[in-house]
Design a protein around this ligand. Sequence first.
Ligand code: SF4
Length: 277
Amino acid sequence: MNQALFYQCNGIGPIACCPPFFRPCNDIPLAGYPGHKRDNPPRYSTLQRSMSMTDTYEGILQRDGKTRAIVTRMPGGMVTPDELETIARTARKYRVPFLKLTSGQRFLLAGITPGDISGVIKDLGALAQPYTAPCVKFVQACPGTEVCRYGTQDAIALARETDRLFRERVFPAKIKIGISGCLRCCGESHIRDIGIVGTKQGWTVLFGGNGGTNPRFGNEIATGLSSAEALDCMQRLAEYYRKHAKPHERTARFVERVGIETIREDVVAMMPYVGVE
Ligand code: SF4
């Protein structure tokens, strides 16, 4: 990664000296946001403390009010034959009655009895996602230049790197990321909290999209970025959102409340690779 990208930050010091997240020099200001006080503790701190990223997970309660579900972690929807065999073996062993691919390119194992949850998680190993915390729920990606003849950027490689960067980070609400290798947007980038679209000139980063009952297209934040720049842009947006969103506030509602111009003013201005118009 181009470390030079991280040497411009808030005038406090070189970001490259610290890990990407939770570093003092990543404390992005919220200029023009009425009522915000920098000295206040983050408003989601209670929520964050109450959430666990570890092993007290009891699965997702299902419609019947009794059984539970587990989803797998498969960045970009990529899975190996060995991993498929692990999933199949686990599903057979615990007689999982409902096995489905989700829109987030993960496997859903549903209908698990509560007493089997810990065994399923143990047998799935690294494939299990036993998270109760609001975090990056998935990074979906299209095949990109790996196999697709229309691809202009390597969506799978960026998805793997994105998952690595955001894994186990807690946010005010869940985050979904969609990465597409070209403008056809098979990775559903426009309706994801963070959307990435490949063009011949590089990556375009979108922020604040979602589907659901109140859908919203994400706003374009920057375009023509290299992979390293796109990752840096994503991290800065995510950190800004982490610091300033209300508990449970998805990025779409956050953008509507704060305003995309404020976000651009606060975050994009800190990106040395984004030209000023
Ligand atoms: S978005 Fe483009 S590169 Fe990705 S699968 Fe669709 S057509 Fe192929």
